[in-house]
Write a protein that binds this ligand. Structure first.
Ligand SMILES: [Zn+2]
Length: 505
């Protein structure tokens, strides 16, 4: 244990020696790129007053000697000696830019976080002022497999354009809501309250719900992941950001609230990373999910597990992304879930799935699509439950007659002087039925007939492949309907096959 008061240097001296890259400065702390795991998104927090550091990505942390020791692979006593030497002799000159930035660390006044009820009320009101753009809805529907009902229930919104931030905040204040101490809100340079939405961080706003049913904050799924200039090309960049105003005047940090979706009294609770992932996995499986903001933001699981245990929850299933087998940081987070579960007397097991799917949501979505495909294949095999009787009529091409509209669309037929297809020139080439599913409409059935009569000709079919100028009849014991096969799709027509001259029956 090192006592920082006894040290002849500060943790910032160590940070300068190690030439750590500062990404963000706040009151009494800075965020730097982690020299241990090499992550370059400023996830390592350095607490200046406590002389401590911790990387929120890889989970490593400790005192200032340990920082130097881990980077250089030496013992803490060697670290101490080397740091003293370097600072006294200037052996490793601090990078000037870094030192300057260190000197500029100033105290930005922060607001104390409001109580949970107040955060919930203001966040709910803010969300109610926002909408979800059609593009975002489409993404959630087609790419993530959510229904409209689920999208509405989870309360997703699109981040507002930055020029509306002041107006939105003003409306909340007028309606009597508290914005001080709410993550995301801060006071701008002219001393007015506003909320921190930037164009660069536009995206889908995902409410973070607690097991208490209250909104504790929000996460943004960025439309354009943020890549740092010096990121290696294989790194996809930051995809999610918390709604936070931590480094702003009178701002409030998002904290690391755990998202909870499902039944807080359920026997089993799954734990994963990322609120949207949890929402989707819950929607697909109906199971109960808890999600940390990142694999290593596990602090919030401690009080949650205590609560769940009191509720009678028996088992926690760790369902972190499958890269836990490859990614040290995710692996360490997964172990912490395990430790915390045991601490609270909850059984814990690890969920392993098809490693081709990274997240549990991807995997569940793939499973659902597989089930749907199987169901469809099964229907094809056992034969669909519904069938439609139909007949196909084609122009009689056996004789010497020609038809100016043969194989052309209905316009050509009209141009040839016919209001309706002349039944006397047509012959019946097929009479049979086609299977279809319950929800197939008339157009879909005609489409199925077209495909069948072009590829897999039904036995007893005596004509050429179904083409423009043909007439298809759909019938049952009561009704008959006729459709002219147009160049694109089918057009309802009147047709009197009773007068068909040369039926080849
Ligand atoms: Zn790290």
């Amino acid at each position: 244990m090192e006592y920082i008061a006894d040290m002849p240097f500060t943790i910032m001296d160590v940070a300068s020696l190690l030439r750590l890259n500062i990404r963000r400065r706040m009151a009494g702390q800075v965020y730097v790129d982690c020299p241990i795991c090499g992550d370059r998104r400023g996830k390592m927090n350095i607490n200046l007053t406590k002389g401590l550091w911790r990387c929120n990505y890889c989970g490593e942390g400790g005192g200032m000697l340990a920082l130097y020791a881990k980077v250089h692979g030496v013992s803490t006593s060697v670290a101490y000696q080397e740091i003293c030497d370097a600072l006294q002799t200037g052996g490793t000159a601090p990078a000037p830019a870094v030192s300057k930035e260190m000197a500029q660390i100033e105290t930005v006044p922060q607001s104390e976080r409001a109580d949970a009820q107040t955060v919930h009320r203001t966040m709910s009101a803010l969300l109610s002022l926002l909408t979800l753009t059609p593009a975002h809805r489409e993404h959630l529907r087609t790419k993530r497999g959510l229904t409209d009902g689920q999208i509405d229930r989870f309360g997703f919104r699109s981040t507002p354009p930055p020029q509306l931030c002041r107006h939105l905040t003003e409306r909340l204040l007028e309606q009597g809501y508290t914005v001080r101490g709410i993550p995301g809100f801060y006071m701008n340079d002219s001393g007015r309250w506003t909320v921190k939405f930037h164009r660069r961080t536009s995206g889908i706003l995902i409410p973070i719900l607690g097991a208490d049913g209250l909104i504790h904050g929000a996460q943004i799924r960025l439309d354009h992941p943020i890549k740092n200039r010096d990121d290696p090309p294989e790194r996809s960049g930051t995809k999610y950001l918390p709604l936070s105003s931590a480094n702003k005047n009178m701002g409030t940090t998002s904290g690391s609230p755990v998202h909870f979706i499902g039944d807080p009294f359920s026997r089993v609770v799954y734990v994963t990373e990322g609120a949207l992932k949890a929402d989707i996995a819950h929607a697909l499986t109906g199971r109960t999910f808890a999600a940390t903001a990142g694999a290593n933001n596990t602090a919030g699981l401690d009080p949650l597990f205590a609560l769940l245990r009191r509720n009678g929850v028996e088992e926690v299933i760790e369902a972190e992304d499958m890269d836990k087998y490859r990614n040290q940081a995710v692996s360490r987070g997964a172990s912490k879930v395990w430790q915390l579960a045991h601490k609270h007397g909850l059984a814990c097991r690890r969920l392993i799935w098809d490693p081709n799917y990274k997240g549990i949501d991807d995997w569940q979505l793939a499973l659902r699509r597989e089930r749907e495909q199987k169901k469809e294949a099964q229907e094809m095999k056992t034969g669909p439950k519904y069938s439609q009787k139909y007949r196909v009529y084609q122009l009689d091409l056996n004789g010497v007659r020609t038809y100016p509209f043969a194989f052309q669309g209905i316009e050509a037929m009209r141009a040839a002087g016919y209001e309706q297809p002349p039944a006397e020139d047509y012959v019946l080439v097929f009479d049979g039925e086609i299977g279809h599913s319950a929800d197939d409409g008339r157009e879909m059935i005609l489409e199925r007939i077209f495909i069948r009569c072009n590829n897999d000709l039904p036995s007893g079919y005596r004509g050429h492949r179904l083409a423009a100028s043909d007439v298809v009849e759909l019938y049952d014991s009561e009704r008959r309907a006729f459709f002219y096969c147009n160049s694109t799709g089918f057009v309802p027509v009147r047709f009197a096959p009773g007068t068909a001259a040369g039926s080849r029956e």
